[in-house]
Design a binder for this molecule. Structure first.
Ligand code: DAT
Length: 186
């Protein structure tokens, strides 16, 4: 980790709890929560509305350019359902949230998604598409699949992620102190 604070990516199929989890993690750590979907809409980081998929076509270059300086600074919780187009070097931890089919179906229905969009997303979850994408894009030791079926899971996941991040910050601080001591002894 060559930034003062780590960056975390919280990913997963829509409805698995990324935003809910990211908000709680960011609040607890005092990190910045970046909801990529909202940034895309608010800052126009897209190339127009996709009628078929009922969403904006995200412009990957625009998104990466908009995030680069913040990611170099560190202390970000990035919340997005895709994860293969971000530079690998940006993230120190990638949490992949997973939800069982019935629960996911209910959450997406409550969100008002069309039947087609619900089935596409549930299928994506069954096929472990996001986990596979994360596993292909990042080192296996930083990719953490986490069940997100209920509020107990939510609480546990927030605690785990916060604990991992504090561990990284502590290890980096200890490494820096040891390096400084060695330097002084020379
Ligand atoms: P996402 O950002 O992945 O699309 P969300 O955070 O908006 O998902 O959550 C979708 C809905 O599900 C929302 O009403 C909150 C609820 N929810 C999220 N995580 C949950 C969990 N672990 N247990 C129960 N409900 C959860």
């Amino acid at each position: 980790m060559n930034r003062s604070r780590p960056n975390i990516l919280i990913t997963g199929t829509p409805g698995t709890g990324k935003t809910t989890t990211s908000e709680l993690v960011a609040r607890e750590l005092g990190f910045r929560h970046i909801n990529v979907g909202e940034w895309v809409r608010e800052k126009g980081l897209h190339s127009g509305w996709n009628q078929e998929f009922e969403c904006f076509d995200l412009d990957e270059d625009k998104v990466c350019d908009a995030l680069e300086d913040l990611m170099a600074e560190g202390g970000n919780v990035v919340d997005h359902h895709g994860c293969d187009f971000f530079p690998e070097r940006w993230f120190d931890l990638v949490a992949v949230l997973q939800t069982n089919n019935t629960e996911l179906y209910d959450r997406l229905q409550k969100r008002g998604y069309s039947a087609q969009k619900i089935s596409e997303n549930v299928e994506c979850e069954i096929m472990l598409v996001v986990l596979e994408e994360a596993s292909e894009s990042y080192r296996p030791e930083i990719v953490k699949p986490l069940s997100s079926d209920n509020t107990d899971d939510l609480e546990r996941n927030v605690g785990l992620i916060v604990g991992w991040v504090r561990g990284m910050i502590g290890a980096a601080a200890a490494g820096a102190a040891a390096g400084q001591q060695q330097h002084q002894q020379r």
